[in-house]
Design a protein. Structure first.
Length: 159
């Protein structure tokens, strides 16, 4: 039987796969030059986003809501550090890339990323700060790397 909980469980567990598939299809619909630039930006930014997230996780420990609140989450999860949210980090990184190269697709991805992030909070496996910080980390790193690549005109030099 359908319930609001099942909708958010789907959003927390599976929607990210649909979002990534949508981004993959959208990538192949970009112009070849934009594909190359997006790959360059992703190749530099994604490792940096990952590094920033690992540093953040090292500096800030946020027990998962179900650990603090002593309840059973709607989806099973290990009681480890919830900061930052890996799902929100990945999707917001992909979303930020598309906002740079294809805004309409980026905005669609942003809405879907927000649904996934909210779903992860709703089902009880993340606090709001976990998903918000992930989104902020991804947007900040990708924006900085993009502006550095533009400033030093590195997009055309790399390939």
């Amino acid at each position: 039987m359908f319930s609001v909980d099942s909708l958010f469980i789907f959003g927390a567990k599976y929607l990210y796969l649909i979002v990534l598939a949508f981004a993959g299809v959208s990538f192949f619909r970009l112009k070849r030059g934009n594909q190359k630039d997006l790959i360059i930006l992703a190749s530099i930014s994604f490792p940096l986003v990952f590094l920033v997230s690992k540093i953040g996780a090292y500096l800030y420990f946020d027990p998962r809501p179900f650990v603090v609140g002593h309840f059973v989450p709607l989806i099973p999860h290990d009681p480890d550090n919830g900061f930052p949210s890996d799902h929100a980090l990945l999707l917001s990184s992909v979303t930020a890339l598309f906002i740079v190269y294809r805004r309409k697709i980026g905005y669609i991805l942003a809405v879907l990323t927000a649904v996934v992030a909210f779903s992860r909070v709703y089902v009880g496996i993340h606090h709001f700060v976990d998903v918000f910080a992930s989104i902020l980390m991804a947007i900040t790193v990708i924006t900085l790397v993009h502006h550095i690549l533009i400033h030093f005109k590195l997009y055309k030099r790399i390939l």
